[in-house]
Write a protein that binds this ligand. Sequence first.
Ligand code: PLP
Length: 404
Amino acid sequence: MPAMTPKTRAAIALAERWGAHNYHPLPVVITRAKGVFVWDVDGRRYYDFLSAYSALNQGHNHPAIVAAAKRQLGRVALTSRAFHNDRLGPYLSKLCRLARQDMALPMNSGAEAVETAIKAMRLWGYRTKRIPAGRAKIVVCENNFHGRTTTIVGFSSDPGSRDGFGPATPGFVAVPYGDLRALARALGPETAGFLVEPIQGEAGVILPPPGYLKAARELCARRRVLFCADEIQTGLGRTGALFACGREKVVPDLYVLGKALSGGLYPVSALVGRREVLGLFTPGTHGSTFGGSPLASAIADAALDVIVRERLPQRSARLGARFLARLKTLKHSRLIDVRGRGLMLALEFSVPVRPLVVDLMRRGLLAKDTHENTIRFAPPLVITERQLDDAFARIAAAVAAFRA
Ligand SMILES: *Cc1c(COP(=O)(O)O)cnc(C)c1O
């Protein structure tokens, strides 16, 4: 551990005393941020290479999104969906046009949007596919991460996420990620949907074999199973395309979106998809007090504009390819893989990387270990080439100094 200053120590002690310990944060206390940088309580500056798990694709406090939020705060923040508000329609039409989908259902957190997707797939399964009542199955992948609700952790293969929170909700079947034959075997007359991350982020930036998504999508269509892509982390430019599915020319029946949908200013998520599915919801069958609020809608509308106007998917593709090539020049006896797509990149070692993460923090770069041996690099997509070069120099120095 680096020596902590009194300010840092006091801030951490207070939060640890009063907050449940469901995270193991790096010992840095952030007090302000702008673009790709954050500053700690002692005035030290860091590159943010986590981007709040890709909620900050547009960078911290993007001025256009902050301005939209402030404008809306001066008007109305919350109406509930018991009344209409004048911001929801413009936002949802923009979102659907960008995603080339028919309809959207606004929620708040990513996990809530995944829950919405599960309900939508089951509803379609019963109403349209005519699966007998109570028998609908959803196929998921091993090592998935879809959030933290009781239903979602019940189909997680990570003991830390799942154990102690049972009984698990029934109706889920897990298959190995990237395995088409296993998927083909799992799909049956009672399968309503297949829920998949186009790249598994929390599992350590795991890329499926080339062609997997396309073949899985076609298989689902043939077997009359909904294909639902959880693009909460991979979507909105992160992997060098607006959606990671787009890189394989895959159009899912349903997208689950969140995180960067608000550029980090507010919890905003949505299920976006075909009318044949989302059109099955009727008044009273689903809802959210805050989902689709005027404030959330104004923020998300502006956050989408930034992605398009600043060509963040194209930027991510170009800068990501360059950064990946540079990461591939790193040499270390314990480095076993360098991978990623766009600006969603990872180094995998054969040993735990926490010491490397702490050293990078000392060198002014915040990144996070995932599953012990992997370190993920996911800076805001607004990062410049010069900043990436500077960040790379810090990473190269830390890797060279890493004694496993
Ligand atoms: C972060 C994430 C979620 C959950 O989002 P929350 O906003 O934390 O509930 C779900 N799926 C994926 C792929 C994620 O990365």
